[in-house]
Design a binder for this molecule. Structure first.
Ligand SMILES: *Cc1c(COP(=O)(O)O)cnc(C)c1O
Length: 357
């Protein structure tokens, strides 16, 4: 079934024409006197930043399209994947009327972003093995006013589990014509074979979220991407800020995506994967801990008795880990990000001390 994106978009946004920023209307020329910019270069910066940047820096969009194996028309650069989540909700959900569907335990920002925008959240929890409850998702879609967006996360944060391609396809079928499937691939570099980017053109209701924050080690620059059909990207461009990508961010991100940059990233992913295996082996020797979920991201999840006390004691030693106990099905579960070999070793020693082995 075809999905009519223009019918799915929030009526407010459907009527909207994007803000006509100076840079969108005209670029080129020698005397740029149309944007109230300063003609001077501020010596606080090495490069000249006196001009507004492109809304969507061309070289960066092309660089990410090449990296992801999609067309440049299918790429939107955002301030992190978090902004992608926010823009999708703003473009497709009307406050007070529409809802989104999430499958907890999962990344917390889907709910926060929906709630801060007055959009209701329907929960269809993952099954005990952290696979999708396809039947319940299909049921949630078979109501008069179904959710507009279905958020899936693979590899999933914080469970580290991946969705089987058949599960994602089943959700894409159950939602066709009614909702967009937002597949969050923030950790795809740690599980590259699972990406749906190559299938993007097959599904007109699929959007993929990506980021430079995790495998690319660039969380500080706030750079992410939404991948989807040109029609979907056009709608998101209506609600994004006129100049969302700061010029220095675009410069750094472009370099991170050149051949050398991608090679650097892949070597680091390899190192983190090895360190994760080593950490898992060490923690398997602590009988108090029970491994929960999978190892498809740069983190591991364990059920840790007295999780609150543990997290507090680790913090007192300067080791910060994430208690996930508030999430459905994750009572007493703590998520450990993979750090340097020294950081991982300190974590192992602190855990060993806490559980008295
Ligand atoms: C870290 C994370 C994000 C946010 O990424 P940013 O690009 O830093 O905003 C999105 N989704 C998941 C699942 C994450 O773990």
């Amino acid at each position: 079934m075809k999905t009519d994106i223009n019918a799915l978009v929030s009526p407010v946004v459907a009527r909207l024409t994007p803000y006509a920023s100076a840079r969108r209307i005209a670029s080129g020329g020698q005397d740029w006197l149309n944007a109230n910019e300063s003609p001077f270069v501020n010596p606080a910066a090495k490069d000249s930043f006196n001009r507004y940047p492109d809304c969507q820096p061309k070289a960066l969009v092309q660089g990410y399209a090449d990296y992801a194996g999609v067309d440049k028309q299918q790429v939107l650069t955002t301030r992190g994947a978090d902004e992608g989540i926010e823009l999708l909700i703003r473009a497709f959900c009307q406050a007070g009327t529409d809802s989104v569907l999430i499958c907890p335990p999962t990344y917390g920002m889907y709910r926060v972003s929906a709630e801060t925008q007055g959009v209701a959240v329907t929960e269809v929890p993952l099954l005990a093995d952290f696979s999708l409850d396809i039947g319940a998702i299909a049921e949630a879609m078979a109501v008069p006013c179904p959710p507009k967006l279905v958020f899936l996360c693979s590899p999933n944060n914080p469970t580290g589990t991946r969705l089987a391609s058949a599960e994602v396809q089943a959700v894409l079928r159950a939602t066709a014509g009614k909702a967009l499937v937002v597949l969050d691939e923030a950790y795809m570099e740690f599980s590259p074979d699972d990406s749906f980017a190559a299938a993007l053109s097959q599904y007109d209701n699929l959007v993929i979220l990506r980021t430079l924050s995790k495998a690319f080690a660039l969380a500080g620059i706030r750079c992410g991407f939404a991948l989807g059909s040109t029609t979907i990207i056009q709608q998101l461009l209506k609600v994004i800020a006129p100049y969302p990508v700061p010029a220095p961010v675009a410069q750094i991100a472009e370099r991170a995506l050149d051949a050398k940059g991608i090679n650097w990233m892949q070597e680091r992913v390899e190192a983190l994967n090895q360190a994760r295996t080593k950490l898992a082996e060490a923690l398997a020797r602590l009988p108090a801990l029970e491994a929960v979920g999978g190892d498809n991201g740069n983190f591991l999840l364990y059920r840790c008795p007295q999780a609150d006390a543990l997290v507090e004691q680790l913090a007192r030693q300067g080791i910060l880990v994430r208690n996930q106990s508030k999430q459905i099905g994750l009572d007493q579960c703590v998520r450990f990000s993979i750090g340097t070999p020294l950081q991982n070793q300190r974590l192992i020693e602190a855990l060993t001390r806490f559980y008295g082995n």
